[in-house]
Design a protein around this ligand. Sequence first.
Ligand code: NDP
Ligand code: 2IT
Length: 452
Amino acid sequence: MSTNTAGTDLDELVRAVEDRNPGEPEFHQAVREVLAPLGPVLERHPEYVKARILERLVEPERQVIFRVPWVDDGGDVHVQRAMRVGFNSALGPYKGGMRFNPDVTLGTIKFLGFEQVFKNALTGLAIGGGKGGADFDPKGRSDDEVMRFCQSLMTELYRHIGPDQDVPAGDAGVAAREIGFLFGQYKRITGTYAAGALTGKGTGWGGAQVRTEATGYGLVYFVREMLAGRYEELDGRTVVVSGAGNVSIYAIEKAQALGATVVGCSDSSGALHDPDGLDLDLIKQLKLTERGHLGAYVERRGGEASFEEGATPWRIPCEIALPCATQNELDEKDAKALVKGGVRVVAEGANMPCTDEAVAVFQDAEDVLYAPGKASNAGGVAVSAFEMEQNASRNGWTFENTDERLQATMKQIHETCRRTAAEHDHEGDYVAGANIAGFLRVADAMLAQGVV
Ligand code: NDP
Ligand code: 2IT
């Protein structure tokens, strides 16, 4: 990381972030990645240095941590920890998902909130960055248990959110069912139908069309733009996706619709390989309806399909790899295996799924394009912002209109990253392009709004 002449030593700033936020390696990793290309940018903009924009950016505006007690179906009491981090509101109300996973810590939520600030800036929409979550494991829990947990969580969270303040949505472990329960309790406590306080609602009661599909579809639209830069198309390409959740399923759906063959995916139990192309209806049945594991696919599908317990899908040869499961799920060895297997495009559907070392492998490889999640997975939050717009105007858009706007947004984000990288001597580097472009938009707003 280079030192700029105008007074901010970026290495020192990273060390200060590490010292000030001990035990939060994912947050440190996210900060390192964003700061890496900013040295020359700060040299061009001494006003950012004077206003200590970076020092303010790495410190969340606010963090709320609270206890969530709930009672399971057998009458036992459980105590969870939940949190919501409002990272930056220069561009709009805090916006970002809620994650329910037993591994959730404040460090996880801070890394996700920090990423969200720049992702949301890239969309060009009026949304600040935030994130929340709880160390609750929804796996194996009944709908009633999930409802009681969501109601207990919202009984505290409600006082911190609102359409102009902070607007949560889904993330891993939180989708339509959870958003429904959260919204119901919010409505009951506040006595208002403030639809714009949460996004990802059901389409029959204030939710945007395409929000469920948006992250996965948007990811594939972004890949389409990456390929178009090389005069190539998705049609006929071989794709491997990781995960089998919300992002993965709709990435598979759109990739297939555009003519690609998706030969692999995974879940927390292992990796599935189907050389004939995945049967997406069967995967939806297993993962969305039965909420089970992918292993059952092999017996029910027959043919050449195979399932490897505990494995990642990165040994399956493919031209396009879409990591869509979780952070740091793809390491250096996986990256080398993908390059050896002929990968030419890697685009992140998850947030920070590739380790620093894996990213370096892709960036050093000849002829491999790599897109960071804050650019390629921004379709979900973009359609969330469309949902806020519709709620504010008490209006509803059609599926086709929303999908068209999603496509236009992903195209714009791709072009912004490409152009910004080229303007800053990082031709073809989507990481530098995304981080510099996101930073510039937030920094200018912060500068204009004074020292707050
Ligand atoms: P889901 O909970 O719907 O799905 C996650 C999937 O990943 C599941 O299939 C899960 O397996 C699998 N998985 C989780 N951890 C691991 C692991 N350690 N190894 C292998 N597989 C794993 O989450 P989403 O699809 O919503 O989110 C996935 C990623 O995308 C996250 O990083 C999230 O932050 C990011 N994202 C999500 C957006 C959204 O709109 N939902 C928007 C932008 C980014 P199992 O089914 O067995 O639990
Ligand atoms: O990581 C993400 O961008 C999300 N989970 C979506 C956030 C949102 O507010 O829709």
